[in-house]
Design a protein around this ligand. Structure first.
Ligand code: DGY
Length: 318
């Protein structure tokens, strides 16, 4: 019996690749070079399943009826880089990898919160540049974290895990937004609307989905509502923040700082961000631990096996 052909768009950890090879014909990408639009088009025409990542923009121009590809297994939980309506219309099933990257991403949100509060990037740059003159009473004073208020925008799995870390680890008061009424067992946690959250939080941490629904949710008006000493943390999706407005707010010190792991046009950054001392910039590392990336790969394998055995994949998105 011929085995389905699966195309990996990027290089994966070894364990899930070995698991794939046991069941499928696998076309891999050992050089890990992102596929351009033409290469993606050819891939969709030449495989039964495409194993995609956030670096593959799969829009309606690519996801057209009549493709050989019937399955897209996304290596990641966020799917705003895939036009889901176009996939549905083209008869393509899309799956993702929820759950397995919750802890890693929440850990990174807290890392960014601490780095931004304590001006860690500025301090590291000073030391690396050989400009540090020694300890001084007023040097690089940051913001206290313990006991402050964190505002969680989007109380899904990762938002809730970040809230638990902030409350149980740092005694932070938790405010959160959610599209639907959502109970939370963290003592004192309160569901509020976005304007209230922005006005009352010392740290605003974004955990909502990307895509059109939340594009520029944090725009100039939202930034203007934040406290002057507040910090914005984004480990969700770049498009949730109007990067140009954020640059202005940081430049004019209308907010104290930001910690970003994701960007509007990855891997390009708004040029204004690079020179700002009060922003911490990471290269989309949210789920980047060995354990998590292997688990993400194994989830894709599980979904692919279910799909090609004719079962409903456990993490079907469309
Ligand atoms: C995710 O899973 O959404 C990560 O950001 C990688 O895409």
């Amino acid at each position: 019996m011929t085995r389905p052909v699966l195309r990996l768009t990027r290089a994966w950890p070894d364990r899930p690749v070995a698991a794939l090879r046991a069941r499928f014909e696998v076309i891999d990408n050992p050089d890990d070079a992102p596929l351009d639009r033409d290469a993606l088009r050819r891939a969709l025409q030449g495989c039964d399943g495409l194993l995609a990542t956030v670096s593959d923009r799969l829009d309606a121009g690519l996801l057209t009826p009549g493709l050989r590809c019937r399955f897209i297994g996304n290596f990641g939980v966020g799917v705003s880089h895939i036009d889901l309506e176009a996939a549905r219309a083209a008869g393509i099933t899309v799956t993702n990898t929820p759950g397995v990257l919750t802890d890693a991403t929440a850990d990174l949100a807290i890392a960014l919160l601490l780095m931004s509060a304590r001006r860690a990037s500025e301090g590291e740059a000073l030391v690396r540049a050989g400009r540090w003159q020694g300890w001084a009473p007023t040097q690089l004073m940051g913001t206290h974290v313990t006991g402050k208020t964190i505002g969680i925008v989007g109380m899904g799995r990762i938002g809730a895990a970040t809230a638990r870390r902030a409350h149980h680890g740092f005694g932070m008061r938790v405010l959160y937004t959610s599209r639907t009424p959502r109970p939370c067992d963290i003592p004192g946690a309160r569901q509020v609307d976005l304007p209230t959250l922005l006005a009352e939080s010392d740290f605003v941490s974004l955990h909502c989905p990307g895509g059109d629904a939340n594009r520029h949710l944090i725009d100039a008006a939202a930034l203007a509502r934040m406290k002057p000493g507040a910090h914005l943390i984004n480990t969700a999706r770049g498009e949730v923040v109007d990067e140009a407005a954020l640059v202005e707010a940081l430049r004019e010190r209308r907010i104290a700082g930001a910690g970003l792991d994701v960007y509007e046009n990855e891997p390009r950054l708004h040029p204004g961000l690079i020179g700002l001392p009060n922003v911490t910039l990471l290269p989309h590392l949210g789920s980047a631990t060995v354990e998590t990336r292997e688990a993400m790969g194994m989830k894709v394998v599980e979904n692919a096996i279910a799909f090609f055995e004719g079962r409903d994949p456990p993490d079907r998105v469309v």
